[in-house]
Design a protein around this ligand. Structure first.
Ligand code: ZN
Length: 260
């Protein structure tokens, strides 16, 4: 008979309160894919595991097989990403990558490469890399691994090699569209810098991708194109993307008063 308990390295994608003191956790496990589990009594002040039941926690969880949902029985933290939690922009980026990981996986469908991608993104957000760059790198690689790699080498319509000039972007067609095809198949303009950035980010792991210098204007262009693309593939809006917009629209924080 199979053992009733098992261990799983996982990242908490979401948590939903249940009843008085319980919580359903959506765990993205490295080995078994996405799993819904119940954490009993986790919201009581005395719970030893409360710190491991927050979204964006990376831990090894001990789980017991249950009739419907498996039950959390123990946890050892691997990473809690403290710097990420200290900063509104960073935590919103963390929620964004976790939401995409959630949307691009199915229950109990093993997805170790996607798990590693999420772990890499969270670790680098925590280490202080620009959140927008981490998110765009994640967008491209999650699309690639899920089988929706955007076409950025050749025109997605006529298959001619894309020239270094302003082209166009079409989420519906699946990537970059040459200037010739843009009039009938293109969407928004795609700058040369954005095209080159997409090629570079797709071709590299994050250590190399982090060397890319992206100014604010380019970052917004990359975000706009990939948001269209991801929304088209998922056929829905990404909730955390709206949160990122709302945070961006907040008035800048006043400068701290320095005593003289
Ligand atoms: Zn074309």
């Amino acid at each position: 008979m199979a053992s009733r308990t098992y261990r799983a390295e996982a990242i908490v994608l979401r948590a939903v309160d249940l009843g008085e003191a319980d919580r359903i956790l959506v765990l993205f496990t490295r080995r078994f894919g996405k799993v819904h589990v119940v954490a009993k009594g986790i919201r009581r002040a005395t719970s030893r595991m409360a710190g491991h039941a927050e979204p964006l926690t990376h831990a090894t969880y001990q789980l017991a097989r249950g009739r419907e949902l498996d039950v959390l029985t123990g946890a050892e933290a691997r990473a809690i990403y403290p710097s990420l939690r200290d900063d509104l922009v960073r935590i919103a980026a963390g929620w964004y990558v976790a939401e995409l990981a959630d949307r691009f996986t199915v229950e109990r469908g093993p997805a170790a490469p996607l798990f590693d991608l999420l772990e890499t993104a969270l670790r680098h957000l925590d280490a202080g890399h620009p959140p927008a760059l981490v998110c765009r790198w994640f967008d491209l690689h999650v699309l690639d691994r899920a089988g929706f790699r955007p076409e950025v080498a050749d025109c997605v319509v006529c298959r001619d090699r894309l020239e270094e000039r302003e082209n166009a972007w079409s989420a519906v067609a699946g990537g970059a569209v040459c200037a010739g095809c843009a009039s009938h198949a293109g969407g928004p303009a795609l700058s040369v810098r954005a095209l080159k950035s997409f090629r570079y980010l797709l071709a590299h792991d994050f250590a190399s991708a982090s060397l890319l210098r992206v100014d604010e204007r380019l970052a917004l262009e990359l975000e706009r194109h990939l948001r269209l693309f991801v929304q088209h593939v998922l056929d829905r809006e990404v909730t955390a993307a709206r949160l990122i917009d709302e945070i961006r629209a907040l008035p800048p924080r006043p400068a701290p008063i320095v005593a003289s």
